[in-house]
Design a protein around this ligand. Structure first.
Ligand SMILES: Nc1ncnc2c1ncn2[C@@H]1O[C@H](COP(=O)(O)OP(=O)(O)O)[C@@H](O)[C@H]1O
Ligand SMILES: [Mg+2]
Length: 346
């Protein structure tokens, strides 16, 4: 169990983590979700004593990280992907970690096998692909057979096979009764991995809920109508007290109504329909709505489904972030996607 109490971290004027209080429980994968810059990495660094809080504290199974004698037995962490030094072989890198934590050498071979790196054990990580680097980082996290595991954006930049592997591993570790805490800036990724969700924005807690509850509470449902007479359809709907919105593709979307009601209304008014369907907004959209108020800079009234949404960011290359100064006076606000990509891979 990880327990945060009023955890706060300021860097000068910037409050990166702002009074976070929550617990991460064993037996399930807990997703730690927030747009880039929300404070996820900072929170994770605070958890393992790589940074010290300005206020509040974190306990790992009741203890502070820096008072633990052999912390790798309690908590294993994969932080930034680039954290591995290229000089030592993969085997020696893990051996050094093991020796300084009183872990027997045979465990090095075991974890290399668990992550599928046994064949490159004697190679230097310098030449490793991003996916292999992630696997080595995960091997390090597993070394002490810890009850608690923490992964910071572990799937960033990985291919689908690597993503699937990490997801399966995390679920397996949770089923073994461990505490698994994993961050992401993509809701779609979390939806497939986590059973519990902690959502933050600008360092503040926005939600602490089960995935199922989050889905139930945040999914916007609406009815889509497609008709060759959109003008008249709008009028008919408005007259009946509905509030249709025209989508980019010309279809009409009506929130807060059932398809059956609208179908009957259309029949009554002899309105030709080519489509009448109940829709559920994507989780990514629910996440965007939840964090919208907490994102520092974003364009307003971006039409639905337009380019630059978070879905696109999923395939975006880290490092292609917009370099414009979003806060500069007079400068146009960057689109959602740019903001989303800003600092991806941090
Ligand atoms: N060492 C630091 N010095 C100054 N500002 C920092 C430092 N680390 C993080 N920040 C700022 O704190 C905020 C949260 O960053 P971070 O924890 O990396 O967010 P996330 O991991 O959710 O993308 C950002 O605005 C970032 O620029
Ligand atoms: Mg981060």
């Amino acid at each position: 169990m990880i327990e945060l109490r009023e955890l706060t971290k300021r860097y000068g004027e910037k409050t990166a983590v702002d009074g976070l209080t929550f617990s991460v429980r064993p037996g399930v994968v807990t997703g730690f979700l927030g747009p880039n810059g929300a404070g996820k990495s900072t929170t994770m660094r605070l958890m393992i004593g790589l940074d010290s809080p300005t206020h509040g504290d974190v306990r790992i199974d009741g203890e502070h990280y820096d008072r633990m004698r052999e912390p790798l037995h309690s908590i294993g962490a994969l932080l930034e992907a680039k954290g591995v030094h290229g000089g030592r072989t993969a085997y020696n890198h893990l051996l050094c970690m093991a020796q300084s934590n009183g872990i027997p050498e045979r465990r090095v071979g075991e974890v290399l096998e668990m992550v599928g790196l046994q064949d490159v054990a004697r190679k230097r990580p310098k030449g490793f692909s991003l996916g292999m680097g992630q696997r080595l980082g995960i091997a390090g996290a597993l070394l002490g057979d810890p009850r608690i595991l923490m992964f910071d954006e572990p799937v960033n930049g990985l291919d689908p096979e690597g993503i699937h592997w990490i997801r399966t591993l995390m679920q397996h570790l949770a089923r073994e009764g461990r505490t698994v805490f994993v961050s992401s800036h993509l809701m779609s990724e979390m939806a497939q991995t986590a059973q519990h969700l902690i959502v933050i924005g600008q360092g503040r807690l926005l939600a602490d809920t089960s995935m199922n509850q989050f889905i139930a509470e945040n999914s916007r449902t609406y009815v889509r109508l497609r008709t060759p007479e959109p003008e008249r359809a709008r009028d008919v709907l408005l007259e009946a007290g509905h509030r249709p919105v025209t989508a980019e593709d010309g279809s009409l979307e009506v929130e807060g109504a059932r398809a059956a009601t609208l179908g009957e209304l259309a029949a009554e008014r002899r309105l030709v329909l080519h489509e009448l369907s109940e829709q559920r907004a994507s989780l990514e959209e629910a996440f965007m709505r939840l964090t919208a108020g907490s994102v520092e800079y974003h364009a307003h009234d971006l039409p639905e489904g337009s380019a630059g949404g978070p879905g696109e960011a999923a395939s975006g290359e880290p490092g292609e972030a917009a370099s414009g100064e979003p806060g500069a006076a007079g400068a146009p606000a960057p689109a959602w996607g740019e903001n989303w990509r800003k600092g991806q891979g941090r």
